[in-house]
Design a protein around this ligand. Structure first.
Ligand code: HEM
Length: 475
């Protein structure tokens, strides 16, 4: 019990039950309560993990930039598809992370991230999305799977040269398993990660208590998809014609054959592919649900965006990135959507690699560091009327120019582990939002009241609850 106590000069926090700590939480309300009671730096503990939560933007920026807070917690690698559990970008650490992150950034850039020629690929998906939504013929529908497939198609073409038809059966298994996992998800699902001893429970109990099977089935299916994709690339590999990120990796792997110190390994490649599949498609999918929800809830913004688009883009042409300066409200709408939705309630966890100090408090090695993104995005110190959806906050006084947020914005994290897909995600959100607005009036179905914002929280991922919306083609 003594060893388990909160160390001296640790940040303040709730009373902790010895050995167990407190149940993990993933919602913004609990975080806000902690901030109100204990201030901008709060500590809490679940099982063997102590967490420090930061609520102040400037402290968060400074801490995320420090090398001693660049690691992810070890439990992230539990589900790694790498047999050595060290490779990949999202969950890896140290030299393996540096190596794989550098590879991914270089290749995403070479494959068009942030460049206008990727726009063509995004607009092919945008057109496919428009056609898919038209097929519903004005029927009221939940958020369609095509939101996910268009996002998946962009990243999957860069990674594996593969594009799925928006109504293809091939992606259905993955989507079904994701939904099964999400339906069985509860706060308890994460307990074994925090209290490793629970992993020793018999499988039957683990499944009943933590819904283990759903997660494992999903991981197994991902492993199958990734293995098949990489195997096929190895079979067809032509060193003179690398087609995508997997081929580029195979090229480096072949060139370093015989070098035992090389970090180009099949296991690491598998994990990189899986990271990009998940981080590159689910994120944009959930943000597109928010776009649709907010368009239906605030049609006045949709109308104003339509006026801006109609003034510069003929209806038979898709909006392009060159149109951006003429469409400041579209950009302001997507950035306000990122802030307002705060899809990730907390930034992805980091871990202290050594004993450290934050704002004068002692932070023991191994402490998880979490940034309260939702709280920062709704903090009146940085935002006027923070709970109001107000895209104008990102327009200049004449409302003719987009102005980027200067502080208080954390949607893509910060520092050495900042999102590698930010440029890509911003391009996608701008072009997909513009495509939906240009072609549809999005409205709630009869009887659906969007003012009661009902949120589904999946382990810290906030999404609007399924709402029947109508995508009515514009004349
Ligand atoms: C709107 C969509 C997206 C949001 C809101 C988002 C947000 C984030 C956040 C908050 C982090 C953690 C950063 C940190 O620790 O400070 C992250 C990491 C990451 N994101 Fe994104 N992301 C999005 C889209 C994408 C896309 C399209 C890709 C695909 C290329 C991607 C790939 C990654 C990867 C690989 C990491 C891990 C980086 C590392 O640990 O070094 N993300 N993202």
């Amino acid at each position: 019990v003594l060893r388990d106590r909160r160390p001296r000069n640790c940040p303040p926090g709730q009373v902790e039950i010895p050995f167990f700590g407190r149940l993990p939480f993933f919602d913004e309300k609990t975080a806000e309560r902690l901030r109100t009671t204990y201030g901008d730096v709060v500590s809490c503990r679940t099982g063997s993990f102590r967490t420090v939560m930061l609520f102040d933007y400037h402290t968060a920026k400074e801490v995320m930039a420090r090398p001693e807070f660049s690691d992810r917690p070890n439990f992230f690698s539990s589900f790694s598809l790498d047999d050595q559990k060290t490779g990949g970008v999202f969950s890896s650490n140290g030299v393996h992370w540096q190596h794989d992150r550098r590879f991914v950034l270089r290749n995403l850039r070479n494959l068009g991230m942030g460049r206008s020629y990727l726009e063509e690929a995004i607009n092919i998906e945008a057109k496919a999305l428009v056609e898919d939504l038209k097929k519903y013929g004005g029927e009221a529908i939940n958020y369609p799977d095509s939101f996910r497939t268009v996002a998946l198609n962009i990243i999957w073409q860069m990674v594996a040269s593969t594009r799925y038809d928006l109504r293809s059966r091939e992606v259905e298994t993955i989507y079904r398993l994701t939904k099964d996992f999400q339906n069985n998800f509860s706060v308890l699902s994460f307990l074994p990660a925090f209290i490793p001893a629970l992993n020793r429970l018999p499988k039957f109990f683990k499944n009943c208590l933590f819904g283990d099977d759903g997660l494992m089935n999903f991981v197994d299916e991902m492993r199958k998809v990734v293995n098949e994709t990489v195997d096929k690339h190895l079979e067809d590999y032509d060193p003179d014609n690398p087609r995508d990120l997997i081929d580029e990796y195979i090229k480096d792997m072949k060139e370093s054959e015989g070098d035992d110190s090389s970090l180009f390994r099949r296991g690491a490649l598998n994990q990189i592919v899986s990271d990009l599949f998940g981080a590159g498609s689910d994120t944009v999918n959930y943000q597109l649900k928010w776009v649709a929800y907010l368009l239906a809830r605030y049609p006045e913004y949709a109308t104003r965006m339509q006026q801006q688009i109609d003034a510069v883009v003929p209806r038979d042409r898709m909006v392009s990135l060159d149109d951006k300066p003429s469409l400041p409200l579209v950009e302001a709408f997507t950035v306000e959507m990122l802030r307002y939705s705060s899809m990730l309630v907390f930034n992805v966890q980091r871990s202290a690699t050594r004993d450290a100090n934050i704002s004068g408090y002692f932070i023991p090695k191994g402490t998880m560091v979490v940034i309260a993104n939702y709280s920062i995005h709704h903090d009146p110190r940085y935002w006027d009327d923070p709970h109001k959806f107000y895209p104008e906050r990102f327009l200049d006084d004449s409302a003719t120019k987009y102005t980027a947020p200067k502080q208080g914005f954390f949607a893509f994290g910060s520092g050495r582990r900042q999102c590698v897909g930010e440029l890509l995600a911003r391009m996608e959100l701008f072009l997909f939002t513009a495509a939906i607005v240009q072609h549809f009036d999005v409205r709630p179905a009869d009887g659906v009241d969007l003012s009661q914002e009902v949120i589904v929280n999946l382990g810290g991922l906030r999404a609007p609850a399924d709402n029947k919306l109508i995508y009515r083609p514009r004349n």
